[in-house]
Design a protein around this ligand. Sequence first.
Ligand code: C2O
Length: 523
Amino acid sequence: PQTRTYRWTVSAVSVPGTNGQRIVVNGQYPGPIIEANVDDRIMVYLTNGLSDGNGTSIHWHGLPQPNTPFYDGPSGTSQCPIPPGATLLYNFTLGGWTGTTWWHGHTDMQHTDGLYGAIVVHGPDDLLSLPCDSDHALVMSDIYFEPVDESLGPYLAETSPEGSPEPVPDWAEINGRGAGVHNDWKYFEVNVKPGTTTRLRLINAGSIAPLRVSIDGHVLTIIEADGAPVQPTRVPDLVLHVAQRYSVLVTRAEHDTTEAFWIRAVMVEKGFGYNNPNITLETRAILRYTSSNEDTSTPGLPLPTTTPGPPPDDADWDKLPAFDEWALRPPAAVEYPPPAGPALTLPVAFSVRQTQSQQWRSYINDTSWNVLPLSEAALLEDIAHVNEGRLGVAVWPGDQLVAAVAYGQTVDFVITNEDINDHPFHLHGYSPWLLGVGEGQYDPATARLNTVNPLWRDTFTVPKRSWIAVRILADNAGYWTFHCHIAWHLVTGGLFQIAIPPQAGSVPAVIPEDIKEQCRMWL
Ligand code: C2O
């Protein structure tokens, strides 16, 4: 394993042609990619260069943070925000994790303003022995013209109970390019050699919109979901909800590859401002067969003229199953049995509704975590408690929304989505096994749970008015956040935590002084 060291400065830049701002790293949007090998150590010196007085922090989405829960990133739950001008070193190992993920801001709604980038971790079983000749990450995101601080106030104060309250994104982009509204807006281009197989790592780094992704003239073969190997599954298109990732293999016979093809990402508008005629739902990138290795928008080359649909002579296209994330399975050759034995079941009811004073809030079990961030002093207490193995008063259900779980316990979370839209849920520190999904209320007598070959992943869609059941083995100590990844729901309280003490008899990880110092600087 290697140590990979990065020096990043977070700052805000304005976006030409819009009122928007982007929060960027080292001036780049999307931010720099982290590319590493399994078990490498990652060291990121993160400097807060924001001039608006706000703190900042970064979460390494999906990475397990073994023995370093305090470097997980969410402000107000695992660290205090890094004050303006200060630097924090995030220092962690990848702990066996491989696959496709991303990092993003986890203070206020900075991620909505663009504070994110890709993480690619290579491992020996990277490609499941499926050959691929090149590998490209596509960071895709919905985009708001307004700086998020300007839309959050009206959302919180929304007085009309009609329709969809969340601010509606204006367009989407792929690697910072694409929607084509501005004439000078170039398309991101993936350049591949004719006759080869390409791995595309699709990442939805957006704030609310699920993205339906397809490539004209190509079948997508899904091989990875959030780091989990997937039994290769051919689909005409797929949908990534916010924070989800898929790797797909794409290929065409050599004699068919003299062209450029559109890669399309369409915001699935149901659930956020349907009937809004002013938004551009589809964004595009280009898959170009060429001998050039450089991924870039090349001026002067013709744009694709392709339309959505199958490759020529594809007899199977019509028989391909429609994409269903809950139908994906691990490869037959690999087993991920969830531990048997008595499980602790934690029921989690999620809803989005207005308070009596008409403010929109997200609720877990009728409680909204609406005091983010915790006071720095309280947080310092909290993170000290969990790391020293003496948990504070953990309440479930209750005001604090912290569920205490014993080390080594098997835990089933049964999440019921009472809302009329789908919600992407994410657990920090773990990749739960996905045991089951069903409409309406969960009934243990009739629910069918898959404990034989469930997929595991860190972000999963809970369909509208449905339940899901996911399982973990609580073997990663720390305070871990569990939340809806739609940015508006996270910031308005759709979050709870699980608190897992260190294994009995083990030496608890000691919170580094520099993490505590972030809190003291605010006092
Ligand atoms: Cu992608 Cu709480 O995180």
